[in-house]
Design a protein around this ligand. Structure first.
Ligand code: GAL
Length: 775
């Protein structure tokens, strides 16, 4: 029997005054930015009453904490029971002996969220906030004395029938006990096996198993029953997958097919509540990565992440590189002992997830430390022989004890940087992947000007292209998916690292649109410029790119076709959908309207292109000669030519022009983006779910907000306030006024009870309403 213990907790910051709270709980709600890190760094107390039913007498009672930041000590009826020393791993405590059955018992957890403790990741600076509180769920399981404690199931996918290995641990197994292990897919039993409960392992072959892959992530459910004289006394369900996965030189071989890793790093933090976000939003992040950003892999930088997030990665087919907590610093012997423990816990707790393909067993970006890393590597291999290990370094020629060299590539500062060649970084023959790039090399805010935002997108495109082209790289993970709160030593001074391809509310920046454009399926088109040249120094317009999965983009100005543009395959040869440079806004107008001879029209266009990028001072000789050619050919004075060209330079992009960019797929226009001077502003509200649940746990929906023009374009310099009122069964997390930043923002609403709820949003004197149904 499993019981959730997420409701009815009492929480105190000082051990004296308590308030009622529900889990997941943040020990402090922090501000959006300019956070004071001290706000969450203290020791707090969580208490609750637990009635131990008389039927629990003589049974095993296991209390499970999914995640508490960071040190916790459990007391039951004032007796100290256990402590846990990691803010990112789950922990279980067997508590039967401390409970008074048939009575109320006091459960108390003292939680130390200070960053001064001698456990990973603490000991030096860290580029992310570490938050505090019982930030994941808590549950209780009541079992017999003998029960199935753990099960590790490995389904391989080399050839049918598929090899299957199971390692099942029964606590207090007795001689006459048996275990049965039945495998189910799509509700049908595909395999069954029985053996004595004392035998830990068995090997078998399974026919007709559906494999787990990125496109068809078939899961397999194992039902493991413990039988005593034929009677079931315990049962454990485990979800796993049949797949064979191995990082190779050129990609990840998944069931024999080599796939280049195309990934992003993810921090598990959210505005206001830090880590304390329940199931729906954890799952939403996985879906955002796969379906909106189109990546095939994620790195859980820099710690073990929520079971909900990993479960969703399993369900949707997203590869996961998971790692232990730590950031550059390696502490003393006691600290290192925790690191070894963390590796063990990570592997034991998550090894059934088919999405996890690689264990990170080094402290992110630490120096070599063979003594420690021999142990962490050995522990991971001992607890899971089916997966490889890696560890992320920023140093070259580091001593590689693991199976894969993972390297954070922050070298080139060029406009279009490329990843370093493997042989420059390591001499090893083992596989190599790029675990981070970009990030602090080019922080970008949603409200940066469009030239800056375009550059960020192009840098991602270039780095991705460089690892995709390289047959000595298994792939890469960009830094990073979402902007995140950080410490004063990092970020933009406002305690935010604007390194995401999305903002903190998971709204795409242009770099996010670059990732989205690599997906196949629904047509996608994002145009980097709003066509307002006044946004540029000296009105010199820079480059305008389309990020799209279409074959080409056609441009129409004021309804007239101008030109068709194609993916820039020469700059980005390996990208599935290379960015498209849009650099002609004149087309044949000079020939058609101005009646210039074809040769003169071509020359005039070159001159205009030059002027709009570089201005008309100091024209280079080549351009001057082109002008001279036109004057001679057309018998035109310099004055007339100047007037004619000025008309196109000056009117270009001015009020009144309507630019329509049409994405073309298989010869048809399938999607379009229209840009013109803004005449109307409205608020676009995109709530990820309006049917929520409340019961064992509260639920949270994210409403992403955008100020848009009448064509749906985000208005990048909109900083309007949106006033929020929640009614009925929902509540707003954080402030009741949010500011759009760069035209985007968001609000999280949480359930407080079952029933109807309403979120009213007022923006520019207009009120919008979103109805929620909480079941
Ligand atoms: C890396 C580090 C990340 C993040 C990133 C920013 O060095 O591993 O956690 O700080 O830099 O670019």
């Amino acid at each position: 029997m499993k019981i959730s213990l997420n409701n009815d907790w009492l929480f105190s910051k000082d051990g004296k005054t308590f308030e009622k709270v529900r889990l997941p709980h943040a020990n402090a709600l922090i501000d959006y930015n300019y956070v004071n890190e001290k706000d969450y760094q203290f020791v707090s107390v969580y208490k609750r009453t637990l009635f131990a039913d008389a039927s629990w007498a003589g049974k095993t009672v296991i209390m499970r904490f999914e995640g508490v930041a960071h040190l916790s000590t459990l007391f039951i009826n004032e007796t100290e029971v256990a402590s846990h020393y990691c803010g990112y791993s789950a922990f279980e405590v067997s508590i039967a002996e401390y409970l008074n059955v048939g009575q109320d018992n006091e459960i108390k957890l003292v939680v130390d969220s200070r960053e001064s403790s001698n456990v990973p990741p603490f000991g030096n600076v860290i580029d992310y906030l570490t938050y505090g509180g019982i930030y994941r769920e808590v549950s209780l399981e009541i079992k017999e004395k003998s029960y199935v404690k753990d099960a590790f199931l490995i389904g391989y996918a080399e050839k049918e029938p598929y090899n299957f290995e199971a390692e099942i641990e029964v606590e207090n197994a007795e001689d006459e006990m048996e275990i049965s292990c039945a495998l189910y897919q799509n509700g049908k039993m595909i395999f069954e096996h029985r053996q004595n409960a004392n035998e830990r392992e068995f090997f078998a072959q399974v026919e007709n198993a559906l494999l787990w892959s990125l496109d068809e992530p078939n899961l397999c459910k194992a039902e493991i029953a413990l039988l005593q004289n034929g009677r079931e006394i315990d049962r454990k369900s485990v979800t796993f997958g049949f797949r064979t996965v191995k990082v190779t030189k050129n990609g990840v071989a998944l069931n024999g097919e080599v796939i280049k890793l195309f990934g992003l790093n993810r921090h598990q933090s959210y505005s206001y509540v830090g880590y304390a976000m329940p199931k729906r939003q954890q799952e939403a992040d996985a879906r955002k990565l796969k379906y909106e950003l189109g990546v095939n892999a994620v790195r859980t930088s820099h710690y073990m992440q929520s079971e909900h997030f990993l479960n969703e990665c399993d369900r949707i087919g997203l590869l996961v590189f998971e790692e232990i907590p730590g950031w550059q610093h390696i502490g003393d012997e006691a600290w290192q002992a925790h690191t070894i423990e963390n590796v063990k816990d990570m592997v034991l707790q998550h090894r059934n997830h088919p999405s996890i393909f690689l264990w990170g067993v080094r402290i992110n970006e630490s120096q070599d430390c063979d003594e420690l890393y021999e142990k962490t590597n050995a522990v991971a291999h001992e607890k899971d022989k089916s997966r490889q290990t890696s560890g992320v370094r920023f140093i070259s020629n580091s001593h590689l004890l693991e199976d894969v060299y993972a390297y954070n590539d922050f070298i080139e500062i060029k406009a279009l940087p490329r990843t370093a060649k493997k042989k420059k970084i390591t001499k090893t023959d083992k596989p190599f992947l790029v675990s981070e790039f970009n990030g602090h090399m080019f922080p970008t805010k949603s409200f940066d000007d469009e030239a800056h935002r375009t550059k960020q997108a192009l840098k991602h495109a270039s780095m991705v292209d460089s690892y995709l082209t390289d047959e000595n790289k298994a792939g890469g993970f960009a830094w990073c998916a979402f902007d995140y709160n950080t410490h004063g030593e990092f970020g933009a001074g406002d305690k935010i690292c604007y390194h995401g391809v999305c903002d903190v509310f998971r709204n795409n920046k242009l770099a996010g649109d670059f990732y989205a454009s690599q997906r196949d399926g629904e047509p996608f088109l994002s145009v980097s410029s709003n066509m307002d040249k006044g946004d540029y120094a000296a009105s010199l317009f820079q480059e305008n790119y389309a990020f799209t999965n279409c074959d080409s983009v056609k441009l129409y100005v004021n309804g007239n076709f101008v030109n068709e543009f194609y993916p820039d395959k020469s700059t980005f040869p390996a990208l599935k959908h290379a960015p498209i440079l849009i650099d002609d806004y004149i087309g044949d107008t000079l020939a058609n309207t101005e009646k210039l001879k074809r040769k003169s029209a071509v020359a005039a266009k070159k001159i205009l292109k030059h002027i709009s990028k570089n201005g008309h001072n100091n024209l280079p000789l080549g351009i001057q000669l082109l002008a001279l050619g036109i004057m001679l050919r057309e018998k035109m004075s310099f004055e007339r030519l100047y007037k004619l060209l000025s008309k196109y330079v000056i009117t270009w992009g001015s009020n009144g022009s309507v630019f329509r960019f049409a994405g073309v797929k298989d010869g048809k226009e399938v999607v379009s983006v229209v840009k013109e001077s803004v005449s109307e502003v409205s608020l676009e509200i995109d709530c990820d779910c309006t049917e929520l649940t409340d019961g064992d746990c509260y639920d949270v929906a994210l409403c992403r907000l955008k100020a848009v023009d009448k064509h749906g374009n985000v208005l990048p310099y909109n900083f309007d306030a949106v006033n929020l009122i929640a009614k009925g069964s929902i509540e707003i997390i954080g402030a009741s006024t949010v500011t759009l930043r760069g035209g985007t923002g968001g609000v999280y609403v949480k359930t407080v009870s079952k029933g109807k709820g309403e979120l009213c949003l007022t923006h520019r004197n207009k009120t919008y309403s979103v109805q929620f149904d909480v079941k």
